[in-house]
Design a protein around this ligand. Sequence first.
Ligand SMILES: Nc1ncnc2c1ncn2[C@@H]1O[C@H](COP(=O)(O)OP(=O)(O)O)[C@@H](O)[C@H]1O
Ligand SMILES: [Mg+2]
Length: 248
Amino acid sequence: MSAEVVLQTCGLAKSFGGLTVFAGLDLSVERGERHALIGPNGAGKSTLVALVSGLLAPSAGRVLLDGRDISRSTPQQRVKAGLVRSFQINSLFASLSPLESLLLALCQRDGLARPSLRALPKLAPQIDESQTLLARFGLGAVALTPTRQLPYGQQRLLEVALAYALRPQVLLLDEPAAGLSTAQGHALFEQLATLTAGTTVLFIEHDMAIVFRYAQRVSVLAGGALLAQGSPDEIRSHPAVRKAYLGH
Ligand SMILES: Nc1ncnc2c1ncn2[C@@H]1O[C@H](COP(=O)(O)OP(=O)(O)O)[C@@H](O)[C@H]1O
Ligand SMILES: [Mg+2]
């Protein structure tokens, strides 16, 4: 059985002035898998996600989605093509309720920018879908609560829900459990694994217990290169990874 590659970087390179973060990175993500990107602090994990999502331009190399070169597409075009990253809730979204935030995300997805109150009856499908998503993510009871009043665990879950609402082919999550305790982080990934089952997810996470439990494949970024790529078991026992990264 040959797995189908959905996201691929070919010879991807990024430098900031004199600092080369990585040069010539070839990474592939297979359709439907939960794929972890790990590596020491400063290895370039967030930079890689920014290059893939189009927030940063590469110094060299290409990004392919479904075999199509999207290197020159804007972030919005990539979202339309199904490449969606989650963002930390900013101060604007913190003052909105989860229902309002989701409704905005869905209206934007469906090309209904700045809907007016008069258009509200026309938004019934988006309102329905928002409520379905909130129920699915276990946020139904807090649908109308200002997001900043929610526990961090629910705020992080809402961030995933907002990205998931855009029906991604590939969901990019840069430390979705940031700011959570170890137990809360596990709980978030447990939910994530169930809720996004079938969706391709590329996630960055520093807690190795979480990575080895929830990733189906792992890529290790270190020293400006892809040090290894494999199953959690292969990565756990990989000599170079143990030496360079796990520290034993
Ligand atoms: N916009 C930027 N300008 C200059 N240097 C940057 C910028 N973004 C990241 N870097 C540098 O690139 C390296 C990789 O950063 P980053 O991708 O955030 O690492 P990671 O997410 O793996 O911790 C670091 O040395 C960081 O200081
Ligand atoms: Mg980072």
